[in-house]
Design a protein around this ligand. Sequence first.
Ligand SMILES: *[C@@H]1O[C@H](CO)[C@@H](O)[C@H](O)[C@H]1NC(C)=O
Ligand SMILES: *[C@@H]1O[C@H](CO)[C@@H](O)[C@H](O)[C@H]1NC(C)=O
Ligand SMILES: *[C@@H]1O[C@H](CO)[C@@H](O)[C@H](O)[C@H]1NC(C)=O
Ligand SMILES: *[C@@H]1O[C@H](CO)[C@@H](O)[C@H](O)[C@H]1NC(C)=O
Ligand SMILES: *[C@@H]1O[C@H](CO)[C@@H](O)[C@H](O)[C@H]1NC(C)=O
Length: 440
Amino acid sequence: MAALQTLAFISVIAGFSCSLTSECSYYNLLDYLNLTSSNVALETMRPVKNWTRSTFVQVDLFLLGILESNEKSQTFTNEIRVHMSWTNEFLTWNPSEFCGIEKLSIMTSMLWFPDVIIVEDVSDDGSMRMSPLVTVYSNGSVKADFQQRLTFACRLNLFAFPFDLQTCYISFSSLNSDVDSITFGTISDERFLTQVSDTVMLTRGQWELKHIDIYSTNQTIENKSYVSFRVLMLRKPMLYVIDFIIPLFYFLIMDLASFFISEAKVEKLSFKVTILLSISVLLLLLADILPSTEKDMPIISIYCMVIFTMVAVSVLETMLVMFLMDFEGFSCFYKKAENCENAKTDDQLEPMEDSAETLKKGEGKPKRSDLPSDCDLLKLILDEVKAVQDKTGRQDEVNGKQESYRRLAAIIDRVFFVLYLIASTIFVVLGYLKWIPQMI
Ligand SMILES: *[C@@H]1O[C@H](CO)[C@@H](O)[C@H](O)[C@H]1NC(C)=O
Ligand SMILES: *[C@@H]1O[C@H](CO)[C@@H](O)[C@H](O)[C@H]1NC(C)=O
Ligand SMILES: *[C@@H]1O[C@H](CO)[C@@H](O)[C@H](O)[C@H]1NC(C)=O
Ligand SMILES: *[C@@H]1O[C@H](CO)[C@@H](O)[C@H](O)[C@H]1NC(C)=O
Ligand SMILES: *[C@@H]1O[C@H](CO)[C@@H](O)[C@H](O)[C@H]1NC(C)=O
């Protein structure tokens, strides 16, 4: 009886286990792959059957967002997603034996994982988000993804800023394994990478993704294989055009226009100095953006510097003109006072006048007795006329001197204006020719 019961129990167990194996679950497969308990060999050892064969790790890079660029520290911060794929030679099965299961998701910690690093990575926090699962395919291929907010070094070429196209490299390599153990390659072609990145891109900031190129594969640095992607990003320049270039251009125009404010007005000088101050505020803003250690001086710095210099020179020129005017005014005043002093003494000492007067007196003397009142009257008139003549003569002399200074100032002003206009025009044309081709 007991034997019968045991037999029945065994048969039930057998039936159950039979039904378990015939069930289309993942457990059989896991069991078959020896993954049900922890398998240290699979976790730590590079999964090749012949150790001389290197593992070919394929990497795909997609850009999910261009978050920011830091021109001063020469870094970019991008959101990236990386697809990796390699072959685990121990994890192969025939799908037809396992209800057609072709792929299996298992914990990342259960399998060997290549130690991939990004060479240009300068992120200060571990922001890599690794999927806890990897997918294993029946042919042994393993796929793993991770996403990362990556801050990476990129030598920014700011020559054409803000119309610049930046070329950055993101390279994947192994920290530990040399080219004999791990070689790097790519899964997809660059057209696919660019296309997918373009469609899944979440945020672009002020940048536009132009292209992702596969820059180099099968290369080695210090016996370590690496794959390098070249990312081309184009800056959207509108903000800087509105913030810097157009205002600076307007300042230049305003400074040119200020030549039509009549010279020797204090308002003219203060107007120009205000323009100079406004430009220096923009320069400060620019200095916040651009790095000081730049080999190729950005055109925008030269643009700002030249406009600043031109306005500064024009302020100096206005000062010179005003000085000439003031000098004339001062000298005129001085001369006038001197002349007045002289005039008092001259009236008594001037020989010609005296002789004329004596001549008149001599002429008038014989007639005086005859027509004393008429003569007095005549003499008075003559004196008046002489005085007026004298005065006008002196003033003409002073006015002539004033006029010459004024003319000099006017000539300087006019010549400078013409030179300034020519220089500005040449500058704007040159800037246009130099800058526009950079806009692509
Ligand atoms: C699982 O382990 C057994 C015994 O250790 C071995 O015979 C078998 O080949 C292993 N299976 C796989 C898929 O490696
Ligand atoms: C391992 O690979 C090397 C070259 O790839 C070959 O010469 C060698 O015979 C292989 N060993 C075995 C055991 O297959
Ligand atoms: C294995 O299969 C997957 C999915 O079918 C495929 O993408 C991959 O290229 C295959 N790998 C190899 C080495 O054949
Ligand atoms: C790159 O590596 C692959 C796989 O190892 C190899 O087949 C190919 O010949 C290599 N190409 C070059 C240019 O070395
Ligand atoms: C690269 O590998 C070769 C041969 O394996 C070795 O002679 C050489 O010293 C290695 N170079 C470096 C930089 O490790």
